[in-house]
Design a protein around this ligand. Structure first.
Ligand code: MRU
Length: 366
């Protein structure tokens, strides 16, 4: 997968910054923005120029390297880490990446800290791409197995996804989309139902754009359509991403994921979550303690689109004066999750399987 949502810039050995796709403008405008300091990275994360759990984590790691370039002291590092941590509270990847960078530089002299942090950020980015490629391979085997289940007939597989867990949300491949891209490359016929994902419409504006660019057959559906399509036998499986998975397998992801899991459960449709290990939070016993980001009501009350003469505009869709609430994530209980597709294989969403997965991972990296 040669599509990337983040490019490090380092001319002549200097740490200049990173370039990212400004996702607020998609699908209408493809614009690469340069972020040259930790505060520019923090602003871009909190205003969602870039988003998606793994991409937020990688960008925050580069942000810390830029902070150390400007102030390599412990105080400078802590203040940048605190600022970045406050940008988006739900995805654990941000805290995970920040901890990795801080551990990496802890015993390094101040003059070498920025470079050490930059290398750790590069490692995080490379590992994310590799993890997602592996998720793609395990997911492809799953898709192949579901495609030949008795009673399915010969028609193409139909996969439903929610939000954007594609390459735009990661360093490469995406998590939920990696099996889809691998299936397409392997010639396995499939079509993707893309939930629009109100209020910010990441499905409509990002997933549909990504799949279209890659030539993957897809149709955007209203968020309310998924249950009906499942009842009609038009969904073979659901694959979504995640922002944080608790020790018991509860999955936090974009608001609306829980409703899709309930509908899948009621209709016997397999519900899979693509989860890189960077998104597993064994510190939290269950999903109840996961902080749920509350975003601006304006995301609910207003919509962005393009006019016939090519102007990107925002319009209000609620009556003047109506209030709005905007919880950005929800928690799907582990009992509704058929399995977690990870870079080490597909595992059950339960405490024993996740503990074993993490232990095997720490043995490999020891
Ligand atoms: O608010 P967003 O757009 O950052 O939410 C993104 C999601 O919920 C994704 O599904 C999740 O981060 C997984 S991305 C591989």
């Amino acid at each position: 997968m040669d599509r990337h949502a983040l490019r490090p810039i380092r001319p002549l050995g200097l740490l200049e910054g990173i370039e990212i796709i400004d996702q607020r403008l998609l699908p209408h405008v493809l614009h690469w923005a340069k972020l040259k300091s930790a505060s520019e990275v923090a602003r871009a994360i909190s205003e969602m120029w870039l988003r998606g759990a793994p991409l937020i984590g990688a960008a925050a790691a580069f942000g810390l390297a830029l902070a150390l370039r400007d102030d390599p002291s412990d105080a400078g590092l802590e203040s940048a880490a605190t600022r970045l941590a406050a940008t988006r509270p739900t995805a654990v990847n941000l805290a995970w990446a920040s901890t990795r960078v801080r551990r990496r530089v802890a015993a390094v002299s101040t003059q070498d800290r920025a470079s050490a942090a930059w290398h750790e950020a590069l490692a995080i980015a490379e590992e994310d791409a590799a993890a997602n490629a592996a998720i793609g391979e395990y997911g492809l085997a799953l898709l192949r197995e579901i495609a030949v289940r008795p009673g399915r007939g010969a028609r193409q597989l139909r996969v439903l996804t929610h939000c954007n867990a594609g390459w735009l949300a990661t360093v490469a491949w995406g998590t939920a989309t990696a099996p889809i891209y691998k299936a397409q490359a392997a010639g396995l016929p499939l079509e993707v139902w893309v939930d629009e994902t109100r209020p910010r419409n990441q499905g409509t504006s990002l997933t549909a754009w990504e799949l279209g660019e890659a030539g993957v057959p897809h149709r955007v559906i209203a968020d309310n359509a998924g249950g009906h399509l499942m009842q009609q036998g038009l969904v073979d499986l659901v694959i979504v991403g995640c922002d944080r998975v608790a020790a018991n397998g509860d999955v936090c992801n974009k608001i609306g994921t829980y409703l899709k899991a309930l509908a899948a459960h009621d209709n016997g449709v397999p519900f899979f979550v693509a989860m890189p290990l960077s998104t597993l939070d064994l510190e939290l016993a269950d999903g109840a303690a996961i902080p749920i980001e509350e975003r601006s009501a304006r995301e609910v009350t207003h919509l962005q689109g393009i006019t016939a003469d090519g102007r990107v505009i925002e319009v209000r869709v609620v009556p003047e004066g109506s209030g709005a609430a905007n919880p950005a994530f929800d928690v799907t209980p582990a009992r509704l999750v058929t399995g977690l597709i990870t870079e080490r294989g597909i595992v059950a969403a339960d405490a024993a399987a996740l503990r074993a997965l993490a232990d095997a991972g720490s043995k490999l990296s020891a």
